[in-house]
Design a binder for this molecule. Structure first.
Ligand code: 5AD
Ligand code: SF4
Length: 474
């Protein structure tokens, strides 16, 4: 049985302890989970939450109420680590009041040896720590902690931990779902810590993915996002002639009123065949099955820097891929990631990045100032001054903001199909959602629309979002 591990002696032990807690306190012990970083981490946290619930915890939004606090951390840039550490510091006073509280750190930051030592020495109120590859061991770690009361540190030693299927999941949303199709990364871009903390690439079996999507579609899920560090290499090492394009085709056969997103792609692996499949399955304007939106990280527009980054494509190959996409899917929305201030980046290299951005004219950009990651090759390359990085970042932002605004203005007067996600954070009288192209759309409407598709006529546009008028349910 897939869930056997949830009935092993450790899980039973934790469950029994949690039953005792309930007898004493009149309610289940609470689990509080905070997630830092990317969608993959959010997906992992949904599994950790599912496991915790199956062990007798109840979900709580308040760390003060919790008997178990789990921080699922990120390590992609220093800023993410500092944020996780500073939030971890806040737990100190909660633990001081509640010595029985169990505090756990996991995820990418926790998977690094130097951080493990940091936490050991400087955060004594953290009870145990583990990495990214084995969420199914949470019951074992908890049981050990409850039995011994001793702090424990579980470094991920396996480079390719086996994928455990059938874990319980507590999804944050009833209408949007993450579906991991693969884990880890083999690419070793020289700036990136991900291969070091998430291990080597491994794909889930297609039957498992398709079964999960079938279930989600039958439950009325409206948006399914396929996740992987490099979804374009799905299936490698598992199948000879079945890859991401074939998986997408199979998914598109599953009935339901939903659209499919996926991320992240790698320009060296995004194939013409994949683009053909997207083109074939996104034709119907009113009901696109695969969204006409593609996130394709460029990272740099200088061939010299791309080589140093070990990206294994050049700007010409990138532009030719974009050209093919636009030929096959003329209105495809593109987004990209850019790193500013990679070691040795010159003014000329940076000008190359700006030039490619002007050529591609992406709908959205995510730009990052290069951050040194311990253990990666770029950490040992010649660094450039922070002030230069900051100045270039400012210039890049100005270019990207201008293009984003121009792209958004083009929506004026158009009617967009929007997946309504919730109430606007800035104005409770407004609803907010995203169109097929992943643009944020605000409009006034009834709360009953949340979780469904609506048609919205766009009446205003700014750099970051669109505002419109509800036409009706889509
Ligand atoms: N510094 C800055 N940005 C980074 N990214 C990955 N590693 C680093 C780093 N060390 C960015 C890349 C990647 C995105 C998720 O994060 O652009 O595509
Ligand atoms: Fe990091 Fe490169 Fe792998 Fe993406 S493809 S996770 S940037 S190593």
């Amino acid at each position: 049985m897939a869930n056997d591990f949830l009935h092993d002696p450790d899980s039973e032990y934790v469950r029994a302890r949690n039953r005792s807690y309930m007898e004493v306190n009149g309610r289940r012990p609470g689990v509080f989970l905070r997630t830092f970083g990317c969608q993959q981490n959010e997906a992992d946290s949904e599994k950790l939450a599912g496991i915790a619930l199956s062990l007798g915890y109840e979900y709580t939004d308040s760390p003060e109420e919790a008997a178990l606090i789990i921080y699922n951390t990120c390590a992609v840039r220093e800023h993410a680590e500092l944020k996780a550490l500073s939030r971890t510091g806040e737990i100190k006073h909660i633990k001081a009041k509640k010595p029985d509280l169990i505090v756990c750190l996991c995820g990418c930051m926790a998977a690094q040896e130097h951080r493990l030592n940091d936490i050991k020495n400087r955060y004594p109120y953290v009870d145990f720590l583990f990495g990214t590859g084995t969420p199914e061991k949470l019951p074992n770690y908890l049981a050990e902690q409850m039995r011994s009361g001793r702090r424990a540190f579980y470094p991920d030693t396996e480079e390719k931990p086996e994928i455990k299927e059938g874990l319980p999941v507590r999804r944050e949303s009833s209408f949007k779902a993450w579906v991991s199709i693969m884990y880890g990364c083999n690419n070793f871009c020289t700036y990136c810590v991900v291969p070091l903390v998430r291990g080597r690439e491994r794909s889930r079996r297609r039957e498992e993915i398709l079964a999960e999507i079938r279930e989600l579609a039958a439950e009325g899920c409206r948006e399914i996002t396929l996740l992987g560090q490099n979804v374009n290499s799905y299936g490698r090492g598992l199948y000879d002639d079945y890859g991401f394009a074939e998986l997408l085709e199979d998914i598109c056969r599953i009935e339901g009123n939903y659209w499919i997103r996926f991320m992240t792609s790698h320009p060296k692996d995004a194939s013409r065949r994949l683009i053909d499949v997207i083109a074939a399955h996104s034709r119907d304007d009113s009901r696109p099955r695969i969204v006409r939106q593609f996130h394709l990280p460029l990272q740099s527009g200088s061939d010299r820097v791309l080589k140093l980054m070990n990206r294994r494509y050049d700007t010409e190959a990138y532009l030719s891929l974009i050209g093919y996409m636009r030929e096959k899917i003329p209105d495809i929305a593109l987004s990209t990631d850019i790193i500013v201030g990679f070691p040795t980046e010159t003014e000329e290299d940076f000008a190359g990045t700006l030039a490619v951005l002007e050529k591609v004219r992406c709908d959205a950009f995510f730009s990052f100032i290069y951050s040194i990651r311990k253990g990666t090759p770029a950490a040992d390359m010649e660094q450039i001054p922070e002030s230069v990085k900051a100045e270039r970042f400012g210039r890049l932002l100005a270019v990207q903001n201008r293009i984003s605004l121009e792209k958004n203005l083009a929506y004026l007067g158009r009617t967009e199909r929007v997946l309504v996600e919730g109430i606007s954070k800035n104005d409770p009288a407004m609803l907010t959602g995203r169109n097929e192209k992943n643009r944020l759309v605000h409009f006034a409407g009834d709360h009953s629309l949340i979780g469904s598709f609506a048609d919205v006529e766009i009446t205003e546009a700014d750099t970051y979002s669109l505002t419109g008028r509800l036409i009706g349910r889509a």
